[in-house]
Design a protein around this ligand. Structure first.
Ligand code: PRE
Length: 280
């Protein structure tokens, strides 16, 4: 009997990290996840065909955009084929028996640290250290076996590395979501989506960006995100990354045709189905 090859998905981080949660939420449990310790390594894994897909965090509702990932999207030109919003619950993890007053060092991924800044500012004499990944930080706490060290990570990491949840839900706001993109090597557009991500540059003249946004409005496109990214080597010039949604795809097609005459470097990174934010 012919075996169906299991889908392999590059994630940034090690097992139990939020990227693994995102990959399992999108594809289900029957996939092989490939651990990458940077977003650059994640892109390389997909580019070198070691994996079929990559899941990449792009923004968080507390900490904002992950700007370096916009540069990676420009550099690698993968297709965005999906997106999902994952609820993020951050916990402070330490060895069993440790108390808050024992801590002198807390380690985590920089995005996790930013999501917990209010809590972290309330602590005295604690050094905050950035790491590649929340789950890796939890593993470090287990490996070090020191009472003064803690990690910010999720409940799956706590379970896997035998750590206690010293303080639960330390994110600055309880409605905390990270948006992940699902990437694959360049492929033709499936035209089944209701959302697209694109980027372009406009001339340095009055209203040039406003004209493009007005065109989106005219074609019934809902702008859900706009992010400017510096053009390296051209100070004060920017690329604009935008996400738009539609009810009728013909409006998107029309708009792309029309704006392509007025912008430079227009790239549609992908069309995909809009992800849902499930607030419960
Ligand atoms: O460190 C992890 O667990 C990750 O998957 C990375 C990451 C991120 O890049 O934003 C994913 C989701 C959370 O926002 C915090 C960290």
């Amino acid at each position: 009997m012919k075996r169906i090859k299991e889908i392999s998905v590059a994630i940034q981080g090690i097992a139990t990290c939020f990227h693994e949660v995102a990959a399992h939420t999108y594809f289900g449990k029957g996939i092989k996840t490939v651990e990458c310790l940077s977003f650059h390594a994640l892109c390389e894994s997909l580019k070198k065909e070691e994996t079929d897909f990559a899941v990449m965090a792009i923004e968080n509702s507390i900490a904002g955009s992950i700007l370096p990932n916009y540069f990676l999207l420009q550099e690698y030109h993968f297709s965005i084929v999906g997106e999902l919003y994952v609820p993020i619950h951050m916990h402070l993890l330490a060895l069993p028996g440790v108390e808050l007053t024992d801590l002198t060092l807390i380690e985590s991924h920089p995005m996790a640290i930013r999501q917990c800044s209010e809590f972290l500012h309330s602590l005295n004499n604690v050094t905050i250290v950035e790491s590649e990944d929340t789950a890796l930080s939890a593993r470090h706490v287990m490996e070090l076996q020191r009472k003064n060290v803690a990690a910010i990570a999720n409940e799956f990491a706590a379970k896997k590395f035998g750590l206690q949840i010293l303080k639960r839900r330390i994110e600055t706001h309880k409605k905390n979501f990270t948006r992940f993109l699902v990437l694959t090597r360049k492929q033709p557009v499936a035209e089944l989506g209701n959302k697209a991500s694109l980027y372009f540059e406009v001339s340095h003249s009055i209203g040039s960006l406003a004209d493009i946004l007005t065109n989106f409005k005219k074609n019934q496109l809902n702008l859900t995100k706009i992010q400017s990214i510096p053009i390296i080597g051209r100070p004060q010039e920017y690329l604009f990354h935008v996400d738009v949604e539609w009810r009728d795809r013909s409006g998107f097609e029309k708009s792309i045709k029309q704006v392509s005459k007025h912008v430079g470097n227009l790239n549609v990174l992908g069309e995909y189905k809009k992800g849902k934010i499930e607030i419960n």
